[in-house]
Every structure is written in C-alpha cells, then in structure tokens.
Design a binder for this molecule. Structure first.
Ligand code: CP
Ligand code: NVA
Length: 314
C-alpha cells in the first residue's frame, strides 16, 4: 500500500483497502507500544500541530505519537501564528511546508485544511473541522474491530445530531468499509441530502436516516452518539435540547437488542445527562476510553503511512 505523501482531509479520498490498511497498521503500532518495542519510525521528522479549537485527545494523541516515533511535534495555537489574521492561509501553508514534514489542522472551516493541503507541499491531516473528523473514525473502526471482531456487515446506529462532523465522517467511513449505518434523529438535524446520496452511492452496505428509534436500535451492535452542540455551536444549547431530548442514549435502548451485547461509543468529550445517561457511558457496555486510546495508535499509523515508505518502517 502506497500512502506516502497523501493528505487525510476526508475519508472520501480513501478507498476501503486504504482505510483497512491504516487500521491494521494502527493495530501493529499498538502492539509495538504495548510490548515496549517502538521503532522510532519518524526519527528526524518535524510536525506542525495547528489548533484553532481546543482539544484534549487529538492534541495529546498527535504529541505522544510524535514523541514515541522520534518526531518533534510543534503546537501552534490560534493566537500563536498569523493564520488567517495577518497572513493568508496560502502563505502560511507555503512557509510551514518549508519547515515541517507534515501538518495537522484542527479548526472551523473545511476550506482552511484544504488550502493548507493545496499550498504546503507536505501531508496535511484533518484533526477536526466543522464538516469532518476523519482521524476519529479510524480510531472508532479499530475499536469496533477489537470489540465486535469485524467491520463488514456490523449494524451501527448513530443517535442525535445527524449533521455534525462525526455523523458526516462516520457515514462516509461506514459506506466505504461496509458497515450498515443508520442515523436516528429529528428531521431538522438529518445530514445534508447531497452527502447522504453520495454515501448511499458508494456503499455496499445499508446507509439510512430515520426518526424511528425502536425499529433500528433493536438490531444495533453499536450505538454511537456525540454532543448535541459541537464546538462553535454553544449558543444553540436550548434549541438542541428541545429537538434532541427523545434521542438520549439510555439503558433501555442499550438493552433492546436481545441477541447481541450492544456496545456504546462516543468520541468524547461527553455531556452526561444530554446525549447519554451516566449509567450508559460509565457502564460495562461503554468502550469510550478504548476509543480515546485508539486515537493515538491510529494517528500514529496515519503519520507513519503518509510520511515514510513501508520499507523504511521496518
Ligand atoms: N474526540 C476528540 O477529538 O477529542 P478532543 O476534542 O479532545 O481532541
Ligand atoms: N462534534 C464534536 C466532536 C468533538 C470531538 C465537536 O465538533 O465539537
């Protein structure tokens, strides 16, 4: 598999084989880390970590992955550089590309991460925008593989805000790898029709959107949810609670599948009492901290795969 030089802007740009390869590579680097045999595959590399929005997992996952593999990660917060304020994104990209071997971007607009990719000349990884969060999906799929044993044919339900970055990215990823994926939520928060149709077109599995909770939850092997107000939408809290209050993940929903021990997933951070009850997220069906850990292994895999040739890695 040849991914050297490739950006990760959205999983739309990745084939099923490439996604599965990254998940397998993540498993490999996870095993290396657990057995104390990390190989410093990124020795001498310099990585820019640009954050317009806050982050715990993504920032720390990139930083630790860099240190583990012998690279230097340079954190660039929104007030540390000129990006978009005193300097155009294009010029910032051209400059950073002269210093760094790869750039992570977390922020608001998808356009920014695309411009960084276009003008920097080095691999750019999307660490979350308003539209997509692809590195999270890789961690989620590794976690599903570990707990359910496979990806293809798995029944996954996403409850809540069906048009945020997580819903969008999970739907694309599910369509690519063959997960049956249903978004359950109010019509007002269904995904953009164009993206939904695009996903249905590429999918070999079922991609659906519905308001009807019970019909789908009773077959779910995975129930996933995310915050009702994403970063930047804090002013919408009141209206979102009103719209989404029937779509809180409760123990009742977690226990509806009588023939499968359904797992609970959340990208975190979570608001207990909004999108999920405390009992569910802190209960024994919850795998949220495995997901959080897997952010690090999958991000490491993405950097290794896109920065060096496979032969250099061994
Ligand atoms: N899941 C996730 O991206 O978490 P952070 O916002 O803490 O990076
Ligand atoms: N939808 C959430 C995901 C956080 C990882 C947000 O954008 O805030």
């Amino acid at each position: 598999m040849k991914l050297k030089g490739k950006h990760l802007i959205s999983l739309k740009d990745y084939t099923k084989e490439e996604i599965l390869y990254l998940i397998d590579l993540a498993k490999e680097v996870k095993n290396e880390k657990k057995s104390g045999s990390v190989k410093k595959k990124l020795k001498g590399k310099n990585i820019a970590l640009i954050f317009e929005k806050p982050s715990t997992r993504t920032r720390c996952a990139f930083t630790v992955a860099c240190v583990d593999e012998g690279a230097h990660g340079e954190y660039l917060g929104k007030n540390d550089i000129q990006l978009g304020h005193k300097e155009s994104i294009e010029d910032t990209a051209r400059v950073l590309g002269r210093y760094f071997d790869g750039i992570q971007f977390r922020g608001f607009e998808q356009h920014t991460v695309e411009a960084l990719a276009k003008y920097s000349g080095v691999p750019v990884w999307n660490g979350l925008t308003d539209l997509f969060h692809p590195t999270q999906v890789l961690a989620d799929f590794l976690t599903i593989k570990e707990h359910v044993g496979k990806l293809e044919g798995v029944n996954m339900v996403y409850m809540g805000d069906g048009r945020n970055n997580m819903a969008n990215s999970l739907m694309i990823g599910a369509a690519k790898v063959g997960i049956n994926f249903t978004i359950i939520g109010p019509k007002e928060l269904w995904p953009e029709e164009e993206l939904l149709q695009e996903c249905k077109k590429i999918a070999t599995s079922k991609i659906e959107v519905t308001e009807n909770i019970e019909d789908c939850v009773k077959n779910a092997q995975v129930i996933y949810t995310d915050v009702w107000c994403s970063m930047g939408e804090e002013d919408k809290a009141k209206e979102r609670i009103e719209l989404l209050k029937d779509y809180q993940v409760t123990e009742e929903f977690m226990n509806m599948n009588k023939s499968y021990n359904t797992i609970f997933m959340h990208c975190l951070p979570a608001v207990r009492g909004n999108e999920v009850t405390k009992e569910v997220i802190d209960g024994d069906k919850s795998v949220v901290f495995d997901q959080a850990e897997n952010r690090m292994h999958t991000i490491k895999a993405v950097m290794v795969a896109t920065l060096i040739e496979k032969e250099e890695a061994v």
